[in-house]
Design a binder for this molecule. Structure first.
Ligand code: 13P
Ligand code: SF4
Length: 312
């Protein structure tokens, strides 16, 4: 009975994938998926990446429609960078709690307190907040961006953990907002120590959205893409992974013979997981929900995103 149900499920999945492929052609659409998406979505994506790579891809694609499988701020960034394209997200409820931890009024008040500071926004922010900033960054280029900006005083929003990491890699004064990622912030030193005891030959690779005391334990610290690249190129055969569990898809694809142990079972972002194949098919069928950013907000936010894309 169970085997039959499983077979039926697989068949439904195959049908959905065929339907999506057909709709993609009809709509001239491209599917972009963050590394934290469910495997079934990463499997059908035209392009998988972290926040930085996906923003770059959105800015350069020739497709008329972008189906953005990630969270809302990522879809907004795609729309801002590609204003003439239709940007669909499979489920509007896919938000980012960290992005919601900073708003325009709060940021304006902080800017008033530090009138000489330049504002660097992690890409995990709303379009409104981006429009109040000087430059954006992602975890892949945060240190580069901070050091490239022509100011010795920086307001950093919204991730206090990445802010701490960045401030340790610059001589500049960094004023840090108190936001955090509910998922990465969950990982503790005790979790890592327990995993190290269980897998003594493994290296610990960690995302800088984790707590500073956890990041300190890393054999390697980097963005999602940097972690994937490091694990692929390293001679080490076994890793304890300190980032969201969807990353396992690309890690295993790149290095099928290596072992990856996620540092806790809690490293799952529920917001990233609300998207699924059914919703991807439905959004391509109905061309809804679409991302909309008011033009005056988009213009200002675009300047901040484009400055980031220019940092070499
Ligand atoms: P990156 O995609 O920059 O690695 O960021 C991780 C993240 O939490 C995205 O929401
Ligand atoms: Fe936001 Fe964290 Fe989820 Fe990324 S992993 S979308 S930062 S809550």
């Amino acid at each position: 009975m169970e085997a039959l149900a499983l077979e039926r499920k697989e068949e439904q999945k195959r049908e959905l994938k065929e339907r999506i492929a057909q709709l993609k052609k009809e709509r001239n659409a491209i599917i972009l998926a963050h590394y934290y998406q469910r495997d079934e979505i990463q499997e059908i994506a035209d392009f998988r990446g972290d926040s930085f790579l996906l923003a770059q891809k959105a800015a350069s694609t020739d497709a008329e429609v972008i189906v953005f499988c990630g969270v809302h701020f990522m879809g907004e960034s795609a729309k801002i960078l590609a204003p003439n394209k239709t940007v669909l997200i499979p489920d509007e409820r896919a938000g980012c709690p960290m992005a919601d931890m900073v708003n325009v009024d709060g940021l304006r008040a902080l800017k008033k307190q530090h009138p000489n500071a330049k504002v660097v926004a992690y890409i995990n922010t709303s379009a409104d907040v981006k429009s109040e900033t000087d430059i954006c960054c992602t975890s892949a280029n945060a240190v580069k961006v901070i050091n490239a900006i022509d100011s010795d005083e920086i307001i950093w929003v919204p991730d206090k953990n990445l802010g701490d990491y960045v401030s340790k890699h610059t001589d500049k004064k960094v004023i840090i907002w108190e936001g955090y990622c509910n998922t990465h912030d969950m990982l503790t030193v005790k979790d890592v120590e327990e995993m190290r005891a269980q897998y003594p030959n493994a290296q610990f690779v960690v995302h800088p959205e984790c707590r500073p005391e956890v990041v300190k334990l890393g054999d390697f610290v980097g963005s999602t893409t940097a972690i994937i690249k490091y694990c692929k190129e390293s001679d080490c055969q076994e890793f304890i992974v300190g980032t969201e569990d969807g990353t396992g898809y690309q890690l295993r694809l790149d290095s099928p013979n290596k072992q990856f142990h996620f540092a806790t079972k809690y490293l799952v972002c529920p917001n990233m997981k609300v998207n699924n194949l059914k919703k991807v098919a439905r959004c391509l069928e109905t061309m809804q929900p679409q991302i909309y950013v008011p033009p005056h907000v988009a213009d200002q936010a675009r300047a901040s995103l484009e400055r980031m894309l220019q940092v070499k």
